[in-house]
Design a protein around this ligand. Structure first.
Ligand code: ADP
Ligand code: ZN
Length: 734
């Protein structure tokens, strides 16, 4: 059964590898053991029950609280050729009846239900005639009163378990403190259940914090880097949402507001437009995002300070579910901190204390000079394994050299002084750069001696410099007005008594954020073709009345624009394309790609490298889209194709134990191998072979040491390694 999982991963979902824990979880569910899965948003929870659902003979019931999410999930499954259905009261009658028939006639593999729908007697009766193999409970934290989204109907799901004693239960959530986790397991009677706890590190999110000086300008500058890409901007208040929305509209962005003051109808319409890529940006209060599963949100801006780290993490978590690089910007000001402190002080003593603790954790995160992931993951009780991540502002800054910036500082400080210490950095920079802005003229600052003396640096460079002046304590900023004033240290610099060093961005070459448009992936892809493919996808989606991501993920289009597939075989190699989707959309997309390639004289670039040959330096490094296959796959494929261990050792220049290790990984990832061929590599006599197999039966095959001890050290580790592989293959095999 387990060998099938990988085949389904590739043929149905079109993915090459499992994400961390997915395979273990699937294995666990397939052996009918309960599981609690805690993974961050975008970690890939759904696959953990979708794949078993397709392997089990009977039905998998998926419980989920949000009807809109169910619809999209079912749509995605159906698009991939899986018999999934949803039953809820919002469906048109004929569709409801049709889906009901699918279930009754045992044609459906998956049935999505809201808890209240499942708990109805009529539904339980219907389902008692069907063989239920698995009960998957999404958003399982809703079970717990300690969770942030308790729903009483969820508590009653335990009753349902009694109706289907043969069904394995898997509960999934993205947020769970130990207390909530225990609560979920107890409520669902998961006695023999195991917890799978994934890392909360979202590697594809770039984390950045900027001091908030002129937030509207900063936001506009920021989102200009994401033409046509989806993003969410969070504000503290409705009014702020409306104001910013108006500003962005004037600037020509495709944007809609979302807050509690709008009618249900308007909120729904704006959200739907966003999901369908009809609108690029949503400006929202924190209420936005719960019910959406849009995978291609490319940026999240916190225009105002979030409430606490937990909400911050949830909100940025809505970016980059598809695994592509996404940018999270927080505009930070101490004035916002004051505002929050003010609200906290209105609370009662206990609440006040808790709120202060939360706020302080957030401040630690904002003020940290080390990798941002360290305080963030620490908060969730996770130690970040590495010191630097190269996906946060602090890590990138460390890599840059420091230079003498005293002269720039003198110009800046002098301008602050001459304009009366009454203005913020935006205005000072305008004066330095000789801007003709109204405000400059109004105050007569074009007549200052410092007017126009800073033309050698761009606006961006000056902004970065001014932040460093603030950080290094040359100026302080007034909390209420944002105006800058010189400190004693600033005076010393101005008078030339003190030199200071800092970072200076080169003109035009900036952190990932700042190039004119942000790249989606490490892959080099053709932006123009990507746009054309997006249009094609949008058209199809609109015709089918589904969101575009249901047809193809952005990553799929990125790969098409990098490899230009024009044969069915190469098309199937693209991320996220399984058999059914290739059948359905292959011709159309290949036609689009083909005519683009002919016009631009671009050659198709096969993604797969020929497997068996020794790895040699590529003589044409200009080909950007080179994807190297993981070593364990190449090794596995060679072995599967009939090469001996010795040949593989020679090809890669590795030891036999290493080859075996690769093969173990290959099998653990769900590939099939012939067990008999492995046995040939062993030199043990038959009777010993049997003892070793028995040892693995007794001790499990996770590690070698227990079996070694079981056999009193009579069998060498090298032999054990070979037979462990054999044992694994037999256990995983059909
Ligand atoms: P979650 O429910 O944990 O938030 P999803 O199940 O929605 O996450 O998965 C997030 C995204 O990752 C989806 O677009 C999904 O198709 C994709 N995904 C899941 N597993 C894999 C995988 N093994 N390889 C590539 N993409 C995957
Ligand atoms: Zn970092």
């Amino acid at each position: 059964m387990i060998g099938q999982a990988r085949t389904i991963l590739k043929n149905v979902f079109g993915y090459d590898e499992f994400r961390p824990l997915q395979f273990e979880i699937i294995q666990h569910i397939l052996s009918k053991k309960d599981a609690l899965v805690v993974m961050p948003t975008g970690g890939g929870k759904s696959l953990c029950y979708q794949i078993p659902a397709m392997i089990f003979g009977g039905l998998t019931v998926v419980v989920s609280p949000l009807i809109s999410l169910m619809k999209d999930q079912v749509e995605q499954m159906v698009q991939s050729g899986v018999a999934a259905a949803v039953l809820n009261s919002a469906l048109p009658t004929d569709e409801y009846r049709q889906n009901l028939q699918l279930v009754k006639r045992k044609k459906a593999r998956m049935l999505y239900l809201a808890p209240e729908a499942l708990l109805k007697n009529s539904m339980l009766e219907l389902l008692s005639a069907v063989d239920i193999e698995c009960l998957a409970i999404d958003e399982a934290h809703c079970i717990s009163q300690w969770g942030h989204d308790f729903r009483p109907e969820y508590r009653r799901l335990a009753e349902v378990r009694d109706h289907f004693p043969g069904a394995v239960c898997v509960a999934l959530t993205a947020t769970a403190t130990p207390r909530v986790r225990a609560d979920i397991k107890a409520s669902l009677h998961m006695n023999r259940g195991r917890e799978f706890l994934a890392s909360f590190n979202r590697e594809n999110l770039y984390l950045e914090i900027l001091p908030k000086d002129n937030p509207a300008d900063q936001t506009v500058d920021f989102i200009r880097q994401f033409p046509d890409q989806s993003g969410i901007i969070y504000c503290y208040s409705r009014k702020q949402v409306e104001d910013l929305n108006a500003i962005l509209e004037t600037e020509g962005f495709s944007v809609r507001p979302y807050h509690a003051g709008l009618s249900d109808h308007d909120r729904h319409r704006n959200q739907e437009a966003f999901i369908r890529d009809d609108v690029q940006i949503i400006v929202a209060t924190i209420a936005f995002g719960m019910g959406i599963d849009k995978p291609n949100v490319r940026f999240v801006v916190h225009f105002d300070l979030p409430k606490n780290i937990e909400s911050y993490y949830q909100e940025i978590g809505r970016a980059g579910r598809d695994g592509l690089r996404s940018h999270c910007l927080l505009l930070f000001s101490y004035a916002d901190v004051q505002k929050i402190k003010y609200f906290i002080d209105q609370k009662d003593t206990h609440e006040k204390r808790v709120a202060h603790i939360h706020l302080n954790a957030l401040l630690r995160y904002a003020e940290t000079e080390v990798c941002r992931r360290i305080p963030l993951l620490n908060y969730f009780g996770e130690e970040h394994a590495v010191d630097t991540c190269s996906m946060c502002d602090n890590c990138l800054a460390e890599k840059k050299e420091k230079v003498d910036i005293s002269v720039a500082a003198q110009k800046f400080l002098s301008c602050v002084k001459r304009s009366g210490e009454m203005f913020g950095s935006v205005h000072i920079i305008d004066v330095l750069r000789g801007s003709k802005a109204k405000k400059v003229m109004q105050f007569g600052h074009h007549q200052l001696s410092t007017y126009g003396i800073g033309q050698d640096y761009s606006k961006k460079q000056w902004q970065q410099l001014s932040r460093q002046f603030l950080h290094q304590g040359l100026v302080i900023q007034d909390m209420d007005y944002g105006s800058l004033q010189l400190t004693a240290k600033g005076w010393d610099v101005l008078k030339g008594k003190l030199k200071i060093r800092g970072q200076l961005e080169l003109k035009d070459s900036m952190a990932p954020a700042a190039a004119e448009t942000v790249k989606l992936a490490d892959l080099d892809y053709d932006r123009e073709l990507f746009e054309i493919l997006r249009q094609t996808r949008k058209q199809l989606a609109d015709d089918a009345r589904v969101p575009p991501f249901v047809i193809f993920a952005d990553k799929t289009l990125v790969e098409m624009a990098a490899f230009f597939p024009q044969s069915h075989e190469n098309f199937l190699d693209m991320h996220g394309i399984g058999q059914v989707k290739a059948e359905k959309y292959g011709d159309l997309f290949m036609q689009v790609i083909g005519s683009y390639c002919r016009e631009k004289q671009i050659q198709e670039r096969p993604r797969k490298k020929p497997p068996a040959l020794p790895v040699q330096p590529d003589p044409t490094p200009a080909t950007p889209a080179k994807e190297v296959k993981p070593r364990f796959i190449s090794v596995g494929e060679m072995f599967d194709a009939g090469r001996s261990l010795g040949e593989i050792m020679d090809t890669f220049g590795i030891k036999q134990t290493t080859v075996i290790d690769h093969l173990v990984r290959y099998v653990r990832e769900g590939f099939a191998l012939s067990g008999d061929k492995i046995l040939q590599a062993s030199s043990l006599p038959d009777h010993q072979l049997e003892r070793v197999i028995e040892a693995f039966d007794q001790c499990g095959n996770e590690y070698l040491k227990p079996a070694f001890d079981f056999l009193d050290g009579t069998v060498h580790y090298d032999e054990l390694a070979i037979l462990r592989l054999y044992h694994l293959i037999k256990k995983n095999g059909p």
